[in-house]
Design a protein around this ligand. Structure first.
Ligand code: AGP
Length: 606
């Protein structure tokens, strides 16, 4: 994830900004930069690599000025380099950005056609040129920014300063977090409260769609329509913490809301967004030569593998063997020499997964792993590692790690399909486009979060809850059931909807909520008939779908609407509703959401 800081200070800001960026190093980065206003003129210093390189540069070429912005970049569009490091600027405006501008292709083409002098490969630079075009058309900075915000599509956070405006900073939040810090005659912005801790503990978090005009006297926060809004100012408890809950009640809530940002960040690491292609690091595997792929993991990570089985087999025509690691490690299955085994683990320390990996090494398999902790045991013992880049996941119930695991697996499945000659350029561009839109759709669901709070009263009283899904929604039904039971302690089961008549239908009565994961896809009608069977037995259906509930042909107690998306990415999108259902039910019940009873974040013993 990239990191953003900004300050309208009483004294020089350059070194303050670098100190604040150091507190964002946990987010990972490959370059950094700051820009300030020196006597009204925009000046910038950028350096590839660690912040000490930027500090050295500032020692030799100091930046003056009491107004500034800073950024740590993890390469998205354009390789890690000084020229692609933020801030990006023209003579009129300097901007730092965290997230993805989905429609930057057409914006850049439009600006290039007018002669805009681009210098980088980044999507961010289009923002600088769009604002500049408005400023040179005579608009003031506030009007200029409001005008261009509506042209940007994607999930992002921005901070901008302007030539000649010492007492002005404009920021915006759409899918990626941004906090405003209140000082005494000073104002600050940062990606989170941690960055702002050196300046202030009085924090207001912008909501999605908010943009804000800061001066040293205060801040005017506006919504996406330009109307003034108020956001609560709280006292941050960050102190020396490297990770904090921000203004969320639980880490799990914060991590659910981080998903548009961290999925976007992970996507950018595995995709060439400029050319709508996958762009994986070199792997010791030629998928064209692989006859079968073995997947193994535990818990939520296993459900990510189960989704991936659908993806590899449908889109790459690659047969997949899959098993939970605690069973796989003792089956002593025969494995074809030179086969490929892929392990997925947030912690990278899960004992059963590690033991299964070691078995595969003994069977001379090429071992790949998808982990969130890159220095973990599983990572160290793999032939190649594909990181999930979602930052520290503190809540025991895995959320952002799960969707980032899905993100990596989706990119890997496309790469495998390309290598096996079953995915051509057009199909690749189609699937990559669907992935690039995921952060925005996740943000839309999160903006509709109040719809989930209404469910908790009935769900919290349930004895048993049934989750149903078909195809790649079946693993999401399993994941939804796991989420609910592990944090609310309500018994829940996930089932393939087609299995209903083979037993589980005996459970159905008016006391059993049935949560149905049903995108409007080729399987929807079959799932609708399952819903009719449930309704005929007085089952209470909670439908999670982009379809009109009337299309089910039966009574729906609650319909949770989801954006219509490409079938390829429905597991990523539908993961968020099942997380929200579990979270709000458990939060309402008052269980220990972040540290549920009997559970550990990493199961390092059998
Ligand atoms: C998920 O919410 C659970 N906390 C648990 O099932 C977890 O996914 C499982 O223990 C695997 O952990 P890992 O990803 O660190 O290997």
């Amino acid at each position: 994830m990239c990191g953003i800081v900004g300050a309208l200070s009483k004294g020089p800001v350059a070194e303050l900004l670098v100190d604040a960026l150091k507190r964002l190093e946990y987010r990972g980065y490959d370059s950094a930069g700051v820009a300030t206003l020196e006597n009204g003129r925009l000046e910038r210093r950028r350096a590839q690599g660690k912040l000490r390189n930027l500090e050295e540069l500032l020692k030799s070429e100091p930046l003056l000025g009491n107004t500034g912005i800073g950024h740590t970049r993890w390469a998205t569009h354009g390789k890690p380099s000084e020229i692609n490091a933020h801030p990006h600027m023209t003579d009129d405006v300097s901007v730092v950005h965290n997230g993805i501008i989905e429609n930057f292709h057409e914006l850049k083409a439009e600006l290039l056609a007018e002669g805009a002098p681009f210098t980088s490969d980044t999507d961010t630079e289009v923002i600088a040129h769009l604002v500049t075009r408005e400023l040179r058309a005579g608009k003031d900075p506030v009007t200029a920014v409001f005008h261009i915000l509506n042209r940007l599509q994607g999930a992002f956070a921005l901070a901008m300063i302007f030539q000649g405006y010492e007492n002005l900073m404009i920021v915006a939040r759409q899918g990626s977090p941004l906090a405003v810090g209140y000082g005494d005659g000073e104002m600050f912005v940062g990606s989170d409260a941690i960055a702002l801790a050196p300046f202030t503990d009085k924090i207001a978090y912008l909501e999605d769609g908010d943009w804000a005009v800061l001066t040293r006297e205060g801040v005017a926060i506006r919504d996406r329509m330009g109307a003034g809004v108020e956001r609560p100012v709280s006292q941050s408890q960050t102190g020396g913490l490297v990770v904090d809950k921000g203004n969320y009640r639980h880490f799990m809530a914060k991590e659910i809301h981080e998903q548009p940002e961290v999925v976007g960040h992970t996507l950018a690491h595995y995709l060439d967004l400029a050319n709508s292609q996958v762009n994986l690091p070199a792997l010791p595997v030629d998928f064209a030569q692989v006859s079968r792929l073995s997947l193994s993991a535990c818990g939520t990570a296993f459900y990510a593998c189960l989704v991936a089985k659908y993806w590899f087999e449908r889109w790459a025509k690659l047969p997949v063997d899959i098993d939970i690691a605690s069973e796989f490690r003792y089956r002593e299955t025969a494995m074809q020499p030179g086969g490929v085994a892929l392990f997925v683990s947030q912690s990278g320390e899960t004992a059963d997964t590690l033991a299964s990996l070691r078995y595969c090494r003994q069977q001379n398999q090429q071992v790949l792993s998808i982990v969130n902790v890159q220095e973990s045991s599983i990572a160290r013992e793999s032939n190649a590692v594909l990181p999930t880049l979602c930052g520290p996941e503190i809540g025991v119930a895995s959320t952002k790690a799960f969707t980032c695991q899905l993100t990596v697996l989706a990119c890997l499945a496309i790469a495998a399909g390309k290598a096996r000659g079953v995915i051509g350029p057009e199909r690749e561009a189609e699937l990559v486009k669907a992935l690039v839109e995921v952060p925005r759709h996740m943000a839309a669901i999160l903006n509709d979060e109040h719809a989930y709070e209404a469910l908790v009263h009935s769900l919290s009283k349930a004895r048993d809850v049934l989750y149903l899904g078909r195809g790649s929604s079946f693993p999401i039904a399993l994941e939804g059931a796991l989420k609910l039971k592990e944090i609310s302690y309500i018994h829940a089961e996930g089932y393939a909807a087609g299995e209903l008549k083979h037993g589980p239908i005996a459970l159905i009565d008016e006391e059993v909520p049935v949560i149905v994961i049903a995108p409007r896809d080729e399987l929807f009608d079959k799932t609708a008939s399952n819903m009719q069977e449930v309704a005929a037995r007085d089952g209470k259906i909670i439908l999670v779908s982009d379809a009109d509930p009337a299309a089910t042909g039966c009574a729906i107690q609650t319909a949770l609407s989801v954006p219509s998306v490409h079938p390829f990415v429905t597991p990523l999108i539908y993961a968020v509703p099942v997380q929200l259902i579990a979270y709000h039910t458990a939060a309402f019940m008052g269980t220990d959401v972040d540290q549920p009873r009997n559970l550990a974040k990493s199961v390092t013993v059998e």
